[in-house]
Design a protein around this ligand. Structure first.
Ligand SMILES: Cc1cc2nc3c(=O)[nH]c(=O)nc-3n(C[C@H](O)[C@H](O)[C@H](O)COP(=O)(O)OP(=O)(O)OC[C@H]3O[C@@H](n4cnc5c(N)ncnc54)[C@H](O)[C@@H]3O)c2cc1C
Length: 459
C-alpha cells in the first residue's frame, strides 16, 4: 500500500478512461508523488473510440437515490459549470426524469429511484421546488400534461409523471476527456504510451509488472488497473463486476430540428431506462440504461496459468467494424423515438453502437487495493454512472491509494467502493441497480435474431 510514509517510486496506470486519466491527474498534482514516475498505458490512441468515457454526450445530474453520490455530484458540479464545462463542453438544459407506467407502488424500482432522487435533490441539496418561471429549480410533473408542457417541442408522449431538475445537464463526453488529457499533459509529470497490456505478472502476494503486446515487460511499485469493461482479461472479477453491452443509436437532424430540440432537457424514463439527450451539431442520440447484453468468452485465467475462466468481455467496432445493435435494442430505441418525437419516427440511424459498462451488484464502483496482491489497485465498476464525476473522482481514488479516508463523505464512499467480502455466486453480475430492458440477454443470441437496417449517413 502507498501510504503517506511509503510513497511508490513508480506507478503504472492501465487504461485512460474516466478512472485512469483522472487518477493520473490527481497523482501528478499531489506533492507526495512529486518524485514518483507515473506512466499511463492505453491500448488505443487517445481518445479510444470504444471506451465508455468517449461519446457525444453523458448526463450530468445530482439526481441520485443514494445521497452519497448526490453529495459527490455537488462537488463535481461547480467544475462543470466552470472550466471543465467551458467552450460548450457542458450544457445545463435540465433533466426530465419520468415514469411511464401506472405503477406507483414503493416496490417498483423505477418509482423508488425517482422518489428518492427527488427527496435528495430537495432535502439534501436544498434545490428550490417550483415552476422555472417563478425561480424554481426542481419542477414536479404530476400529470402527463405536466410532462408534455416541459417536453412540448418534442411533440410526443414523453411520460406520465416525474420531475424536471433544471440544474442538471449533459456534457460532451469526448470533449471533457480531451480537456482533462490536456491538463494532464501540461503537468509534464505523466508518460503516455499507446500499448495494450496482455497480462499482469502475479507472484504470491504482489504484481511484479505488466506484459505488453509484443512481449515487452514493465515493472512498477504500484499498478493501478482502470481498464473499464475490459478488466476481466487482467484480473479475476467473477462475481464482482461484469461487462454489459448497452445500445446507442444516433440520427442526423435538420437545422430547424436542431433549433427546436437543442434546448430541451435530457429525457430519462425510469420505467424502461430509455433516454434522449438533446442534439448537438444536428445529431440526436437515443439510448438505454439497461441490464445490457453479456458476451460470455472463455479466456486464460488472468491470475493462474493453465486454467481458463468464462467471463463477459466487450465486443466493439474495433473488433468488428460491421457490428450493429441487436434487433431488440434497435426496436427499443426506435419505439421510444417514435413515441417521444413522432416527427423523427422513420428517420434512419446514421450510426449505432454497443457501449460497455462495467457493472457491479448494486452499482457502487470498485476502487480498492486487491485483497491478495498488495501493490495492485483497481478502479472500475462505473456501472453506467461515473462520467459526471470526471473532475473529482481522481482525487478520491488517490485518497484511497494513500489509504486515507479524509472526511465523512469520503469514508462513506470509501466503504461502498471496497473490495467486497464475498463474491456473488454467479460469475456474471446482473446488477440490482435500477435498469430498463430484460435481465440476462446474451449478445450473440440477440444478434442472431436478425439484422437491423444498415445505418445511413444522410437525412
Ligand atoms: C452507453 C453509456 C452511457 C453512459 N451514460 C452516462 C451518463 O449519462 N452519465 C454518467 O455519468 N456516466 C455515464 N456512463 C458511464 C461512464 O461513461 C462510465 O462509468 C465511465 O466512462 C467508465 O470509465 P472507465 O475509465 O471505467 O472505462 P473506459 O472509459 O472504458 O476506459 C477504460 C480504458 O481502458 C483501455 N484498456 C482496456 N483494456 C486495456 C489493456 N489491456 N491495456 C491498455 N488499455 C486498456 C480502454 O481502451 C479504455 O480506454 C455511460 C456509459 C455508457 C457505456
Amino acid at each position: 500500500m502507498a501510504t503517506t510514509e511509503t510513497i511508490a517510486a513508480s506507478i503504472l496506470i492501465v487504461g485512460s478512461g474516466v478512472f485512469g486519466l483522472s487518477t493520473a491527474y490527481a497523482l501528478a498534482q499531489r506533492d507526495a508523488f512529486k518524485n514518483t514516475s507515473i506512466t499511463l498505458l492505453e491500448r488505443l490512441d487517445f481518445p479510444a473510440p470504444d471506451a465508455a468515457s468517449i461519446d457525444s454526450s453523458r448526463i450530468i445530474r445530482p439526481d441520485y437515490a443514494d445521497p452519497a453520490y448526490a453529495a459527490l455530484m455537488a462537488e463535481a458540479h461547480p467544475h462543470w459549470r466552470g472550466s471543465f464545462g467551458a467552450e460548450g463542453r457542458y450544457s445545463e438544459a435540465g433533466l426530465c426524469l419520468v415514469q411511464d407506467s401506472g405503477d406507483e407502488s414503493g416496490d417498483n424500482a423505477a418509482h423508488y429511484y425517482l422518489i428518492k432522487a427527488l427527496e435528495n435533490v430537495k432535502s439534501k441539496l436544498g434545490l428550490r421546488v417550483g415552476r422555472r418561471e417563478e425561480g424554481g429549480q426542481v419542477e414536479l410533473l404530476e400529470t402527463p400534461e405536466d410532462v408534455a408542457r416541459v417536453t412540448a417541442s418534442m411533440g410526443g408522449d414523453c411520460g406520465r409523471r416525474g420531475y424536471v431538475n433544471w440544474t442538471s445537464g449533459w456534457a460532451d463526453a469526448e470533449a471533457g476527456m480531451r480537456y482533462l488529457r490536456d491538463l494532464v499533459e501540461r503537468t509534464g509529470r505523466v508518460e503516455f504510451r499507446t500499448a495494450e497490456v496482455t497480462r499482469l505478472h502475479y507472484s504470491q502476494d504482489r504484481v511484479e509488472g505488466v506484459e505488453l503486446v509484443g512481449g515487452e515487460r514493465l515493472s512498477a511499485d504500484l499498478v493501478v488497473l482502470a481498464t473499464g469493461a475490459w478488466m476481466q482479461t487482467l484480473v479475476d472479477l467473477r462475481g464482482i463486476a461484469s461487462a454489459t453491452g448497452q445500445v446507442l443509436a444516433y440520427i442526423d437532424i435538420t437545422q430547424e430540428e436542431q433549433d427546436r430540440l437543442g434546448g430541451n432537457p435530457t429525457l430519462l424514463c425510469e420505467t424502461n431506462g430509455m433516454f434522449i439527450i438533446p442534439p448537438r451539431n444536428r445529431v440526436l442520440k437515443v439510448a438505454r440504461h439497461g441490464y445490457g447484453y453479456a458476451n460470455p468468452t472463455t479466456i486464460p485465467h488472468p491470475e493462474r496459468s493453465g486454467d481458463t475462466i468464462a467471463v463477459s468481455l466487450p465486443r466493439t467496432k474495433q473488433d468488428d467494424p460491421n457490428l450493429n445493435i441487436a434487433p431488440e435494442g434497435d426496436r427499443a430505441c426506435r419505439e421510444y423515438l417514435a413515441k417521444c418525437i413522432p416527427s423523427l419516427a422513420t428517420r434512419p440511424w446514421t450510426q449505432t453502437r454497443i457501449c460497455w459498462y462495467s457493472d457491479t451488484p448494486v452499482g457502487d464502483w470498485l476502487i480498492s487495493y486487491h485483497p491478495t496482491y498488495r501493490n495492485l489497485f483497481v478502479a472500475t465498476g462505473g456501472s453506467g454512472h461515473a462520467y459526471k464525476f470526471l473532475p473529482v473522482i481522481g482525487e478520491r481514488i488517490v485518497d484511497l491509494v494513500m489509504g486515507e479516508e479524509r472526511d465523512v463523505l469520503g469514508a462513506e464512499l470509501g466503504k461502498k467502493w471496497k473490495w467486497p467480502a464475498q463474491r456473488r455466486e454467479e460469475d456474471q453480475v446482473w446488477t440490482d441497480d435500477w435498469r430498463g430492458g430484460v435481465k440476462g440477454m446474451i449478445l450473440d443470441e440477440e444478434l442472431a435474431k436478425g439484422e437491423i437496417a444498415a445505418p445511413r449517413s444522410r437525412l
